[in-house]
Design a binder for this molecule. Structure first.
Ligand SMILES: NC(=O)C1=CN([C@@H]2O[C@H](COP(=O)(O)OP(=O)(O)OC[C@H]3O[C@@H](n4cnc5c(N)ncnc54)[C@H](O)[C@@H]3O)[C@@H](O)[C@H]2O)C=CC1
Ligand SMILES: O=C(CO)[C@H](O)[C@H](O)COP(=O)(O)O
Length: 301
């Protein structure tokens, strides 16, 4: 099958490489000429613009174009779709494999001439070898048409499925990320207690032991083991600062709208925000208020 891939960064390159390895033909484009050249070296046909990519796909053996977007979520997706639109018709399928907000995906699906698949992608760059987990939303016909590509990009046939109509793929991925936040927070709290608790522990050994048969074994726990192995039990100079947070924010916003309690996910998100604050105002105020009501000493910087 012939596939166009737009966006050849950490994730898009894996889509290219795994598709090529499965025998698909790939036409690749990135705003970065170096990224496009690197994909060409790996065996893809380079395109020098979105229009050029569409022309090269139009020459393909199967009717209709299949185009996978792996650009940053937000404006880049709309900008790419705006360039694609004059070249699209209802035989074409566009996949957005990035972390787009599900409501944006519904809007995009309604406004493009092509069949639109919103595809939540999990596994990250570490999945280059094994393949991703793909959560796909959109028309069944388009999903079925892309199955050979999904088989290649995912871990295999069990690594992808159609979740439901437009938006549902990115909706499931959004919730997946909320769960990811909560799991990271739970492991973080447990290891913090072990690090600051009664025993002088080798946390890599703890994580390794847990990863071998324990109820709480998981890939995230394997990544904890790797982090302690590479940084040490004290985590070396790793900063007390967590970036990102958009997908967790969306999960909490949606939970509020649906009136579903997600206190663990919210707590993990709040920890992220807190990590970016030096000297939390609320804590400073509480410090001062204890003097107000109890004449307790005010700690000062
Ligand atoms: N890195 C990760 O662990 C994961 C990332 N994602 C999502 O996948 C998407 C891509 O992420 P990454 O590959 O990590 O980002 P990246 O920053 O490594 O790569 C993005 C690529 O898109 C290119 N690009 C940007 N705007 C473009 C445009 N208008 N036309 C053509 N190319 C353009 C950039 O030059 C860059 O090469 C994002 O939505 C991200 O949230 C999803 C799951 C995991
Ligand atoms: O989707 C992911 C993992 O599943 C990506 O790593 C994503 O970039 C995480 O973003 P954030 O931590 O800012 O929500």
């Amino acid at each position: 099958m012939q596939l166009g891939v737009i966006g050849l960064g950490r994730m898009g390159r894996i889509v290219v490489d795994r598709s090529l390895a499965a025998g698909h033909e790939v036409v690749a484009f990135d705003l970065s000429a170096e990224a496009t050249a690197a994909a060409a070296e790996a065996g893809a046909t380079p395109a020098d613009s979105v229009a050029d990519l569409c022309e090269r796909l139009a020459d393909g053996p199967e009717p209709g174009k299949r185009i996978w977007l792996m650009v940053p979520a937000g404006d880049a997706v709309d900008a790419t779709l705006a360039e694609l639109e004059p070249h699209l018709d209802d035989e074409d399928v566009v996949v957005d494999g990035g972390n787009s907000h599900f409501a944006e995906s519904v809007r995009r699906a309604e406004s493009t001439a092509a069949a639109y698949l919103d595809c939540g992608t999990s596994g990250g760059p570490a999945s280059a070898e094994e393949g991703f987990s793909l959560m796909v939303g959109g028309p069944e016909r388009a999903y079925n048409a892309l199955v050979p590509v999904f088989d290649a990009v995912a871990t295999g046939p069990d690594g992808h499925d159609r979740m439901g109509p437009a938006g549902s793929g990115h909706y499931v991925k959004m919730v997946h990320n909320g769960v990811e936040y909560a799991l990271m927070q739970a492991y973080g709290e447990g290891f913090e207690l072990l690090a600051d608790g009664r025993y002088d522990l080798d946390l890599e050994a703890v994580a390794r032991t847990w990863n071998n048969g324990a109820v709480i074994r998981s890939w995230l726990l394997e990544l904890c083991e790797e982090a302690f192995r590479e940084e040490g039990s004290e985590l070396g100079d790793v900063a007390d600062h967590i970036a990102g947070g958009s997908t967790g924010t969306w999960t909490v916003e949606e939970a509020l709208e649906q009136e579903v309690p997600v206190p663990l996910i919210y707590a993990a998100l709040a920890e992220r925000f807190d990590s970016r604050n030096e000297g939390r105002f609320s804590r400073r105020l509480a410090n001062r208020l204890r003097y107000g009501f109890g004449r307790h000493e005010v700690a000062r910087e």
